[in-house]
Design a protein around this ligand. Structure first.
Ligand code: AMP
Length: 552
C-alpha cells in the first residue's frame, strides 16, 4: 500500500466523529492492507513497534523540527518550524503546511522520477531510525527523517510527523482497532480481545484473524520472554469481597514495584516493569534468585520490594532508587537490597495458566518457586480479613489485596476479581471505657475493648460506639491488660468498666446507625490501629465528628 493512500484513509477516519463509522473505516483500511496489514494496524495506532518490544524511536521535537526544516528548503529553519508549531498547536498541521516537495529532486533516483513512498518502506526506515544508536545517531536520524519528508505529499507529511513524535491522535484507540479487526475479518470481538491480551501485538493478531479465523486466534499462547499486560485491581471492601465470592483469597499488598519475570532455563531471565519495559539489568538479585529457584520455563507476576537486613520492608522510595537504574547497579545493590515477592504464575513448563483459577495458579507458583511467594489466606470472614490487614500494616506493608479464588488472570484488566482494600475513610480516635476478659488461652487478658466518642460540651462524658478486638497481637494484649487493670472501676462477669484515660486509634469499614450503643452509631468491622499516647480523652473524637463522617 502506498503511504499516501494510508494517509488519505486515516485523514477520513480523523474527520469522522461517529464511533461506528470510525470502526468501519478502519476495518475497511485493514481489509485492503494486503501484505502490509501488520504495519498498517500498528501505524493506525501510531506505533512503529509492538507494545511489548522495548525499542523506541527516540525522536524528540527538536530533531523532528530539524528534519522538517531541511526538507522544506534553505529558507526554513528549525526555529521557524517551532514558531509555526506554537501557532498551529500540533506538528501534523505544521508538516502539512510546509512545502516539502521543493526538495523532492534531492531524493529522486532511478529514472529520475520519484518512487512513491510505501507503507512498508516507511516502516523499514522508521525501524532503522529506532535502531540508530551511539555516536552520530542524531545526524543519521535527521537524515532518515529528511529522506522520508522530502518524498511525502502534504497529507502523508501530516501523519508521518505525528507518528514520529508519538502524537497520532486520530481518535483510534486500542478498542477501535480491536473492533475493526473483528469486523474486517469476521471474528468475534472477545476472541480478538483475548488474543491481544496474550500477545500484545495488534499487527500479528490482525494477520492471524485474517488467515486463521477464530480457531487460530484461540490457539495463541504466551511466549516466555515477551511481556503481557499486568492484571490490575479496583478498590473494594472486605464486605464486598465476602459478599461477592463467599471465600476470599487475602494477600499482603507489598509497597514496591510491579514486575513480570520471564524465566527460561535455556535463555537469560528477563524482568519487565508494569509498562512492559525491561528492567532486567537493574535487578540482578531478582534474576539470580529466579535462576536459582526455578528450573522450568515460567512467567511470574509479583512485586519487587526493598528490604532491610532482617528482610522487613523498606519504603517504596527505596525501590525507586533501584528500579530502571542503568548505571551503578552494583553500588546501589549494596545500599538498597531488593527481593521478589511473587504472587501469580502465568505460565509454567510449557502450559499457559491464564484461564486456571487463582488458587491453582498459586499452587503452581509455590511448587516451582518454593520461597519468595507471598503468603495467601483463604477465608470467608470479614473479621479474619481485618485481622490479616492489621497484621500486614503492623509488619510495615501497604495493606492487603483481596482476590477471587476462582478467577482467571485477565491481562491489562482492572476488573472486580482483584480488590485493593480501600483504606479506611478516616480513622477515629476513641476513648476506651470498658473491656471484656478473654476466654480460654486469653482468660487472663482483657480481650475486647469498648470504645466511646466524646460528647460535645458534655463535661467529660462519653458515648459508646463499638467494640474492638481485631488487630491486637497477644503481646500487645498483655501490655494493655497491665495498663488497664488499675483503671477498672466496676466488674460484672467478664465485663469491666474502665475509667476513660486511654485513647485508641481505630479503623473501620463503615459507621452505621444502630440502637446497640449509646451514641446511636456502631462501627462496622473496627480494627485497632494504635494507642494514641499523645492524646488525652478530652482530645478524642467527638460525636459531632462522627455525625460529620456519616454525613449527618
Ligand atoms: P495500585 O497501584 O494502588 O493500583 O495497586 C495495585 C498494585 O499493587 C499492583 O499493580 C501491584 O504493583 C501492587 N501489589 C502489591 N502486592 C500485590 C499483590 N499481592 N497482588 C497484586 N498486586 C499487588
Amino acid at each position: 500500500m502506498e503511504f499516501s493512500e494510508f494517509a488519505d484513509r486515516v485523514a477520513a477516519v480523523e474527520a469522522e466523529t461517529a464511533d461506528l463509522e470510525i470502526t468501519s473505516l478502519v476495518a475497511g483500511l485493514f481489509a485492503d492492507a494486503g501484505s502490509d496489514l501488520p504495519v498498517v494496524v500498528r501505524l493506525s495506532l501510531g506505533r512503529v513497534v509492538p507494545a511489548w518490544e522495548s525499542t523506541t524511536l527516540d525522536v524528540g521535537p527538536s530533531l523532528c523540527h530539524e528534519a522538517l526544516a531541511r526538507a522544506a528548503g534553505p529558507n526554513v529553519t528549525a526555529d521557524d518550524v517551532a514558531d509555526r508549531l506554537a501557532d498551529a498547536g500540533e506538528i501534523g498541521a505544521v508538516a502539512e503546511s510546509l512545502d516539502l516537495g521543493g526538495q523532492r529532486g534531492l531524493a529522486a533516483f532511478g529514472d529520475g522520477g520519484i518512487d512513491p513512498l510505501t507503507v512498508a518502506e516507511v516502516d523499514d526506515r522508521l525501524r532503522a531510525l529506532a535502531a540508530a544508536d551511539g555516536a552520530g545517531s542524531h545526524d543519521r536520524k535527521v537524515e532518515e527523517l529528511f529522506g522520508l519528508f522530502t518524498r511525502a505529499d502534504p497529507v502523508s507529511a501530516r501523519y508521518l510527523a505525528r507518528i514520529v513524535l508519538d502524537e497520532m491522535r486520530i481518535g483510534v484507540g486500542e478498542g477501535t482497532v480491536r473492533d475493526a479487526i473483528a469486523e474486517a475479518f469476521d471474528v468475534p470481538v472477545e476472541t480478538v480481545e483475548r488474543a491481544l491480551q496474550v500477545t500484545n501485538d495488534y499487527g500479528a493478531v490482525a494477520v492471524r484473524a485474517r488467515e486463521e479465523g477464530p480457531t487460530g486466534l484461540e490457539d495463541v499462547t504466551l511466549t516466555v520472554g515477551r511481556p503481557v499486560r499486568a492484571m490490575l485491581a479496583q478498590t473494594g471492601t472486605a464486605a464486598d469481597a465476602v459478599g461477592s465470592w463467599g471465600s476470599v483469597a487475602v494477600e499482603t499488598k507489598f509497597d514496591g514495584a510491579r514486575v513480570q519475570v520471564h524465566h527460561d532455563p535455556e535463555r537469560e531471565t528477563a524482568v519487565f516493569s508494569r509498562n512492559m519495559e525491561s528492567v532486567t539489568a537493574a535487578l540482578p538479585e531478582v534474576v539470580e534468585f529466579v535462576d536459582r529457584e526455578v528450573d522450568v520455563p515460567a512467567i511470574l507476576d509479583g512485586e519487587v520490594v526493598a528490604v532491610d537486613d532482617d528482610g522487613d520492608p523498606r519504603p517504596f522510595q527505596e525501590v525507586l532508587r533501584r528500579f530502571r537504574r542503568k548505571h551503578d547497579v552494583e553500588r546501589m545493590r549494596e545500599e538498597v537490597a531488593v527481593e521478589l515477592r511473587a504472587f501469580d504464575c502465568l505460565h509454567a513448563d510449557g502450559t499457559d495458566l491464564l484461564d486456571d483459577p487463582l488458587l491453582d495458579r498459586r499452587d503452581r507458583l509455590t511448587s516451582i518457586l518454593g520461597t519468595g511467594v507471598s503468603p495467601l489466606t483463604l477465608t470467608d470472614e470479614v473479621e479474619t480479613i481485618a485481622g490479616r490487614e492489621a497484621a500486614a500494616l503492623d509488619a510495615g506493608h501497604e495493606g492487603i489485596m483481596l482476590k477471587n479464588p476462582e478467577s482467571a488472570y485477565t491481562p491489562g484488566k482492572r476488573g472486580r476479581n482483584w480488590l485493593k482494600r480501600k483504606p479506611d475513610v478516616e480513622t477515629l480516635d476513641l476513648v476506651v471505657t470498658g473491656a471484656e476478659w478473654g476466654e480460654g488461652r486469653r482468660a487472663n487478658h482483657l480481650g475486647t475493648f469498648l470504645l466511646s466518642a466524646r460528647i460535645d460540651d458534655g463535661d467529660g462524658e462519653f458515648a459508646s460506639i463499638g467494640k474492638v478486638a481485631t488487630g491486637i497481637t497477644d503481646e500487645r494484649l498483655a501490655a494493655l491488660t497491665e495498663r488497664f487493670e488499675p483503671l477498672i472501676n466496676e466488674e460484672e462477669g467478664a465485663d469491666v468498666v474502665i475509667d476513660p484515660e486511654v485513647v485508641f486509634e481505630v479503623g473501620y469499614e463503615e459507621i452505621q446507625s444502630s440502637p446497640t450503643y449509646e451514641s446511636g452509631y456502631a462501627l462496622r468491622f473496627p480494627r485497632f490501629v494504635a494507642v494514641r499516647e499523645d492524646k488525652s480523652p478530652e482530645e478524642a473524637d467527638s460525636l459531632s465528628r462522627v455525625d460529620r463522617l456519616t454525613g449527618e
